[in-house]
Design a binder for this molecule. Structure first.
Ligand code: NAD
Length: 440
């Protein structure tokens, strides 16, 4: 059993801490946000993630998992420290490393014995070297440490499953002893035959950015093909499905929609692009993905406006889904934000509902009306827009929807409804990459 300290108990820190304690280690999840730690200690984990509450409760009960806002003590009591603080986008588009550097400094000042210091945050190539320098400059000279880059690949919405059953775990480090210690942390995965791969530090850092940028690129690509399919009268659902049957392409991340969002793809693509600029290396594919995504988000409002025959002012629009994807409460960079902003700017009225993230969106739009079910949200609205493909929206009763709306008009940005059914019921509708029907 290892003693593990997690510095930063956000999305990644909380899931990682819970997962590592489930592997049998003793974990303290620490955060500078005292309120957050207070709430988590009370049992309010603040984020919605399937299975997370259960795994936390189980490990807290067995005293393997605890929470603290005392960063100094957490550092002193741990053998291995994971840095899992945020690396948001800075004004220039580069990754803002302030939180990571502060965490490194805090670790250095409290390094009371040999430890492994491991970065889980997504950081640009070269950050490991910088963190090592900060720690070396500020630690007591007699105390040694080893450094690891261990990027995290979990996806929000399936974070617990992804953490416990990853495709691979990367251990970017400089010697076998460190790798062996990290293998001990992830031992249960090793037994489950999940590959735990040793690389150098810079390679591990690059794999994370390269993977996120590739997925963002795939989404932007299918979005652009969807837009072209619309213009040429093809059905993107069939196009994407048949493309995905090619093993070299795979059906994953081939779902057109309102543009990617979330806390990772937007900032990581920009950080990688900035890194390339710094090195004077063209990275035109990634730049194109970023540009295409900005366009896609804006395009959603133009399509809505066209569906409403350019009359948005005074219209009541019901928005179903606010989180950037289903099964998460995270609304960071959600496409719903962009479309709501545009509707309000043009004098439209928004009624909104998300199964989980109404409260998060209230912080951005305190003045729009929020509802606790789809039925009340669509009542008497001029139009309904699907922004997030929550399962409960996939199965909503279209006849009832038609009766509740003032006018049967739908904008399905996630292509979740059967177009034939919509036609049969006399809806006017638009989608992303399929035929538009306006019959009112
Ligand atoms: P987050 O904003 O949810 O959490 C970061 C936490 O760190 C916050 O609670 C903050 O209070 C805390 N913090 C900041 N400075 C601190 C310090 N000095 N000491 C202790 N705590 C401190 O961020 P997140 O979504 O968990 O992301 C963390 C990192 O992991 C980022 O680099 C992100 O890119 C990466 N990542 C995120 C995901 C994801 O899906 N969210 C997936 C993989 C990787």
């Amino acid at each position: 059993m290892k003693k593990i300290g997690i510095i930063g108990t956000g999305y990644v820190g909380l899931v990682s801490g819970a997962g590592i304690s489930d592997f049998g280690h003793k974990v303290i999840c620490a955060d500078i946000d005292k309120e957050k730690i207070k709430e988590i200690k009370k049992g309010n984990i603040l984020i919605f993630e399937p299975g997370l509450k259960e795994i936390i409760d189980r490990n807290v009960k067995s005293q393997r998992l605890s929470f603290s806002s005392n960063i100094e003590n957490t550092i002193k009591q741990s053998d291995i420290l994971f840095i899992a603080v945020g690396t948001p986008e800075s004004a220039s588009g580069k990754a803002d490393l302030t939180y990571v550097e502060n965490a490194a400094l805090k670790i250095a000042h409290n390094l009371n014995s040999y430890k492994i210091i491991c970065t889980k945050s997504t950081v640009p190539v070269g950050t490991g070297k910088k963190i090592k320098e900060i720690i070396n400059k500020n630690k007591p000279s007699a105390v040694l440490f080893d450094y690891v880059s261990n990027p995290e690949f979990l996806r929000e919405g399936s974070a617990v499953k992804d953490f416990l059953w990853p495709d691979r775990v990367l251990i970017g480090c400089e010697n076998n002893k460190t790798y062996e210690s990290m293998l001990d942390v992830y031992r249960p995965l090793f037994r489950n035959k999940k590959p735990i791969i040793k690389t150098d530090i810079a390679t591990a850092e690059m794999v994370k950015y390269a993977s996120n940028a590739f997925l963002a690129l795939k989404i932007s690509y299918i979005n652009e093909i969807a837009n072209l399919s619309e213009a040429l009268g093809c059905d993107i659902k069939k196009v994407a499905d048949l493309m995905g049957q090619d093993g070299r392409i795979s059906p994953k991340f081939l779902h057109p929609g309102p543009g990617y969002g979330g806390s990772c793809f937007p900032k990581d693509t920009k950080a990688l692009s900035n890194l390339a600029k710094q090195e004077n290396i063209p990275l035109e594919t990634v730049n194109a993905a970023i540009k295409a995504n900005i366009y896609q988000k804006k395009r959603m409002f133009s399509k809505l406006k066209a569906l409403l025959k350019n009359r948005v002012k005074g219209k009541t629009i019901a928005i179903l889904g606010l989180s950037f994807k289903p099964n998460t409460s995270d609304i960071r960079e959600s496409s719903a934000i962009e479309i709501i902003k545009s509707i309000l700017k043009e004098g439209g009225i928004v009624k909104a509902f998300d199964p989980i993230s109404n409260n998060e969106m209230k912080l951005i739009f305190p003045d729009i009306k929020y509802f606790s079910d789809w039925e009340k949200t669509v009542d008497n609205a001029d139009c309904m827009v699907i922004m997030t493909e929550w399962n409960e929206f996939r199965s909503l009763d279209l006849k009832e929807l038609k009766n509740r709306l003032k006018k049967p008009i739908i904008f399905d940005t996630r292509n979740i409804f059967d177009q034939n059914k919509l036609l049969e019921l006399g809806f006017s509708f638009d989608t992303v990459g399929r035929k538009k029907i306006i019959n009112y």
